[in-house]
Design a protein around this ligand. Structure first.
Ligand code: BGP
Length: 479
């Protein structure tokens, strides 16, 4: 029976805006996330057009990885990581996104991070853009709605490739690019929030703008992938999808169709374009029904065709249901919610826990594309408590991860070509959806709290030793 490959990549995942801090240090410019305040699961965070005095912006300090990177990577190495997924902050390299020449101090910081990884034989897996586009581009051209962002992004990528060509092999162009198929994508990845101050849930949403902006991201990604293949054949270029597994609420044919359509638009559309190199046929009807008429250049189709990815990566946290009537109890979720599944439990934040859904998802993706897959985010956001003796017992997190790894193994037995696993927030960091610190995912606890206070000291949780064992046994010892 098959099990995880010998060279299976085990590690963890992070994003610059959620853990680096040092938001305006060494020439860094403001990104969209630097303009976002904190929130909770009941009070949405806000985005502002200027930095408001006396308001907490969680990305500004975050957990200060910028000054703790050596200590943190040492801890990752102690767990046995063979891969570390992190993102580069675009605004450290190009503070407004529009400069011609990169900011040397920004490049030098990532040299240090990458060298530190290499010191421990940890393979860097770099997300080029993870929810942090330069805010200056929001002001200039309403974020990715402006076609000129393609050129700015290419310039950024070319600078990264030239600098890190001998040290980095694995690259992902856009984090959760399919967030653009949902209204949350406006703030998170597209930056289509020009002039807007207010709760991120109340941004004026126009699918015509969103899908146009997404088209620009597709073209940008494809052009960069093609450029990488031509100039750096040693690179492996991947996409990254937030996989929102959706089941029909019942076996009524209407519900089956509804769930199929949700899967197409939210999940498959982006993967289809990036893996196959063209828009899927079902997109036509969706665009027509939503009055979306993409403005394209004659070279776009060719670019999409020539810039297909080498491997497919995705985040997986939860699943939900859909019904034709839309009626039924609802549940929360990553980027968007859905209908409750009576067979599943949910986290405190309402994300339904569905390990078997991961096996189902891996099979569905691999059947469709037949290219190597990687689970680059997964995990349980939960409150952790430091006991009197200083330990942190996060058995609930171990339980979540154990069940998901077990199902990944089943998927490998089913024949899926799985390259690796990087659970989300391997060290506690700021939550993307709420801006909280209280929603923790890490194997490493960071003393940083929702009100912005904390010593930033790091402590190992119970899951730290457990995950070390998992890695050492290549996923065999899950006890
Ligand atoms: C994904 C994002 C991450 C991350 C994670 C967990 O959507 O790629 O940036 O934060 O979800 O979400 P949250 O932080 O909202 O719990």
């Amino acid at each position: 029976m098959k099990t995880f490959r010998k060279d299976f990549l085990w590690g963890g995942a992070t994003a610059a805006n959620q853990f680096e801090g040092a938001w305006d240090v060494d020439g860094k410019g403001a990104s969209v996330s630097d303009m976002c305040t904190n929130g909770t699961k009941d009070t949405p965070k806000r985005i502002t057009t200027t930095i408001e005095e006396g308001t907490l912006y969680p990305s500004h300090e975050a957990i200060d990885f910028y000054h703790h990177y050596a200590e943190d990577i040492k801890l990752f190495a102690e767990m046995g990581f063979t891969v570390f997924r992190f993102s580069i902050a675009w605004t450290r390299i190009f503070p407004t996104g529009m400069e011609k020449e990169p900011n040397e101090a920004g490049l030098a910081f990532y040299d240090k991070v990458i060298d530190e990884c290499r010191k421990y034989d940890i393979e860097p897996l770099i997300t080029i853009s993870h929810y942090e586009m330069p805010y200056a581009l929001v002001e200039k051209c309403n974020g990715w709605y402006g076609r000129e962002c393609i050129g700015y992004f290419e310039n950024y990528c070319h600078a990264l490739f030239a600098r890190y060509k001998d040290k980095v092999k694995y690259w992902l162009t856009f984090n959760e690019i399919n967030s653009a198929t949902m209204s949350m994508g406006n703030v998170l990845s597209l930056g289509t929030v020009q002039g807007y101050t207010g709760p991120i849930t109340e941004v004026k949403d126009d699918p015509k703008i969103r899908f146009q902006a997404l088209h620009h991201q597709f073209v940008a990604s494809a052009r960069v992938v093609k450029y990488a293949h031509e100039n750096y054949p040693q690179f492996k270029m991947g996409n990254m999808i937030c996989f929102l597994t959706t089941y029909p609420a019942t076996c009524r044919p209407e519900d089956m169709l509804k769930a199929q359509n949700e899967m197409q638009i939210k999940n498959w559309l982006c993967g289809d374009v990036m893996v196959r190199g063209y828009y899927p046929s079902y997109a036509d009807r969706f665009f027509e029904e939503h009055d979306i008429h993409l403005k394209t250049e004659p070279t776009d189709a060719e670019d999409l065709k020539n810039g297909t990815v080498d491997f497919y990566t995705f985040s997986y946290y939860m699943s939900s249901c859909a019904s034709a009537s839309g009626e039924g109890a609802t549940t929360g979720g990553n980027l968007t919610g859905g209908l409750k599944n009576p067979y599943l439990e949910a986290s405190e934040w309402g994300w339904q826990i569905d390990p078997k859904g991961l096996r189902y998802t891996l099979n569905a993706i691999y059947d469709r594309y037949q290219i190597p897959l990687m689970v680059v985010e997964n995990g349980l956001g939960a409150r952790d408590e430091i006991k009197e003796d200083g330990t942190i017992d996060d058995s609930y997190r171990i339980d979540y991860l154990r069940k998901h790894i077990t199902e990944m193994k089943e998927a490998v037995k089913d024949g899926v070509d799985l390259m690796g696993y990087t659970p989300w927030g391997c060290i506690d960091l700021v939550s993307a959806s709420t801006g909280e610190m209280a929603k923790r995912y890490g194997f490493i606890y960071v003393e940083k709290y929702d009100d912005g206070t904390g010593t930033l000291a790091r402590r190992k949780k119970k899951s730290f030793d457990w995950y070390s064992k998992v890695i050492k046994s290549n996923g065999e010892d899950l006890a």
